[in-house]
Design a protein around this ligand. Structure first.
Ligand code: SF4
Length: 127
């Protein structure tokens, strides 16, 4: 158990030590044809499922030593995931409690009692 935890820590330290890019940076290199903000949640999930094989192939290649490609000029898997996260917050099912409360509106708490605060801004420099 401790060995497995230590191995996991070693795995994450390659990102922390800037020897491998974080997954969100890899996601920023995978283009989507969808307009995330203008698409239905069903369309976003379908696009996520369509793009995941590309993301995983790129992630494996980078783990094997390939360089990180440049971030795409336009919507990417990263924006798609951010939009999906916001959509999920409107009927929260992030964990097994599956409360279905609207954490963006903040009118009702779920089991975790967490709301979304407006002072969380998306990162601008993901390249
Ligand atoms: S406990 Fe919190 S994170 Fe989990 S589903 Fe409920 S509101 Fe969402």
């Amino acid at each position: 158990m401790i060995q497995r935890s230590a191995a996991r820590c070693r795995g994450t330290s390659t990102v922390a030590e800037n020897r491998r890019p974080a997954k969100f940076r890899i996601a920023a290199t995978v283009a989507t044809q969808l307009d995330p903000a203008g698409s239905s949640e069903d369309a976003l999930w379908a696009e996520l499922n369509r793009l995941m094989p590309s993301f995983l192939a790129r992630w494996r290649a980078i783990r094997a030593g390939a360089p990180l490609p440049a971030a795409v000029d336009g919507p990417s898997l990263l924006e798609l995931c951010r939009e999906l996260a916001y959509r999920m917050l409107a009927h929260c099912n992030f964990c097994p409690w599956n409360c279905r409360v609207d954490r963006m509106a903040g009118a009702k708490f779920g089991a975790c009692k967490h709301l979304v605060t407006k002072n969380v801004e998306p990162q601008a420099d993901v390249a």
